[in-house]
Design a protein around this ligand. Sequence first.
Ligand code: NAD
Ligand code: TYD
Length: 328
Amino acid sequence: MKVLVTGGLGFIGANFVRFLSRARPAWKIVNLDKQTYAGNPANLAGLKVLTIKKDICDAKAVDAAMKGCDYVVHFAAETHVDRSILDAGAFLKTNILGTQVLLDAALRHKATRFLHVSTDEVYGSIPKGYSKEGDHLEPNSPYAASKAASDLLVRSYFVTHKAPVLTTRASNNYGPYQYPEKALPLMITNFMEDKPFPQYGDGKQVRDWLHVRDHARAILTVLEKGALGEVYNIGGSYTCQNRELIQKVLKLMKKPNGLVTRVEDRKGHDRRYALDCSKLKRLGFKHEYDFERGLAQTISWYINNEAWWRPLKVAGGYRAYVKKAYKK
Ligand code: NAD
Ligand code: TYD
């Protein structure tokens, strides 16, 4: 079995490649990744995986990478909501056009399964209850809109071309190797430096937290057992407000509970995400991580791997982004 993974140098892609190389050691993995600011070869250190450093929008490179691949697991994307608010261009190119280039190549090369990794953000904010796979898509950020567009494109290839596609929509992931612009690694690494976490607005926004290794296992479950053309939610079954999460992390790290600065709220900030995962559970999937244990382990990982995140936070590009994004 040969699998093409896109975005394997990123947070979830790298955790998936690490998991897959243990779970299916006979499978050959090829990783196609442009290595943007979020792609880091250190995330796959120690693994024997061929990484092709190319853009998923480059049809020739995608065609070459796709040769002989049975399965495709598509993670590559621009992923940070705040960056999409500052500049949406790269989001539309990579997340929509890149997905189209991959779908066309997968059809040409007769890949037998194409799993498109998407997000709960395509449903938009849900004040109560849980989003189900058949719900309307109401994306509110340019990032979410670009992912919703790619989901619809994947759906259209199933109907039009009978492409063998599957779509997963996951909630907020946490765990090792997450780039420190996202809330949780930013929080942990700031607290390690006794710096405050910038809480957007009142901090009452709710997120559904999923351990990245549970996400990786769920993706393999859907890849092997999912019905073609279907969408599967992958939530973490643990929701909380951001302000509760901040207090939990402060307590676990034994830091003073005032280490928070309230900053201007994100534009169009979704108040609540929560996923119904009964369809995934019907494939036999069970979570391995409970949030308390997963969070404590994640904090330990960042404490023990300062050599991984420190260079990312001092890089010029990161500092310039932080200055622009948090200027108010
Ligand atoms: P990430 O930002 O950590 O990594 C993205 C990876 O894609 C990087 O390695 C980057 O180099 C690569 N990439 C970006 N543009 C590319 C291009 N044009 N060509 C080739 N490679 C390119 O992202 P992540 O958090 O690991 O997310 C992976 C996927 O999971 C995304 O599709 C995202 O929408 C989805 N997702 C993420 C979360 C989350 O909580 N992080 C939740 C649900 C869904
Ligand atoms: P994030 O990790 O960016 O994920 P998403 O926006 O995709 O859910 O943010 C998680 C939550 O934390 C979200 O409600 C926004 C909030 N947040 C802050 O309050 N401050 C920050 O500096 C960041 C990056 C996020």
